[in-house]
Design a protein around this ligand. Sequence first.
Ligand code: CA
Ligand code: CA
Length: 344
Amino acid sequence: MLFVLMACKREPVSYLGPAYIAAPEGFAVTSFTGTPSPVNFQTTTVAFNATFTHTVTYSLTIVGQTSGAKLVRSGVANGITNELWKGEMDGPFFFRDGENAIATLSFFGTSLTSSVTINITKVQNYTTCGTYPRFGDFETPSKVEPQPIPPYYSAYWASFNYPTPIPNVTQGVDSVAVDYNGKPVPSVQGKKYYFIKGLGDQPVFVSGLQYFGSLIPYLNADPNRVWFNIYIYGTGDANASVDIEMQEDDIDGTTGGYQGDDDDAMVAHVTLNHKGWKLFSFRYNTLVPSSNLPFGGSGNHIHEPNRIRSWDIVLLKKSNPNSPVEVYFDYPLFTLDRPFKPCK
Ligand SMILES: [Ca+2]
Ligand SMILES: [Ca+2]
């Protein structure tokens, strides 16, 4: 086998630019494996190995058959040796527990492909990548949505439309929502996400959701090091926007906890004019103090991420008070020193 590969290397190949080598006539994949399958990414890693008859530009594309999650790696070689996959993905969509992922080798200059199937029993636990608001994957609706008996609110999440409903607003956990354009909203992580939609009863404000569980351990005190990340689905409607408000218990505050008229709410303004799911990441020092004096605009204006005690995501109508708006979001996570990227 070694002799054959070496002999083949001497064959003429088509160079189409410095990084592209097309497969010559007679090109073949002589082996391709991805092991182990099934795989539990919380305890192990998949290794891909393959041999080709010739050195060629190849791509290894892994696609989750339920999630649509995708990872692509490319190279120029006559095979791949212990190419490790820890379950990470390129785009916003996460791989899912229980799904099959098909890994396909494709090559420059030929339609030939070769595939193997990896069954994922468990995806990685990405909550270990940072400080994770409890139940922030929204996979357990009873831990997020108000309950029909006291204490009304869930343990960590409070809907602004409960217990007093806001007219013309619906919000909660979903997995099969359809947006105002008639398009199904796919799940980006796991099977569920949170949504807020409607016209509300005010010109700008529609509704919101608050996380008020303790962020334990408290976040790092350096606003240059702390990032907030969240996946948000947009429909391209520039009328739709959200304010993400981090509520601090300022160091000079007069009363314990966050007081809207005495402490900072540090805000990220996000216009939802993108389409589909997108990961947004904000460095904490880029957030701006709220301009709303009784609601976070009267603090010390010092970024104190270690003093965040709660945060809100608030849906707003940015330009047209008569047009209803919508937002879908999932997997908020605070990270240190870098934006969230599926980690090891
Ligand atoms: Ca989720
Ligand atoms: Ca402050």
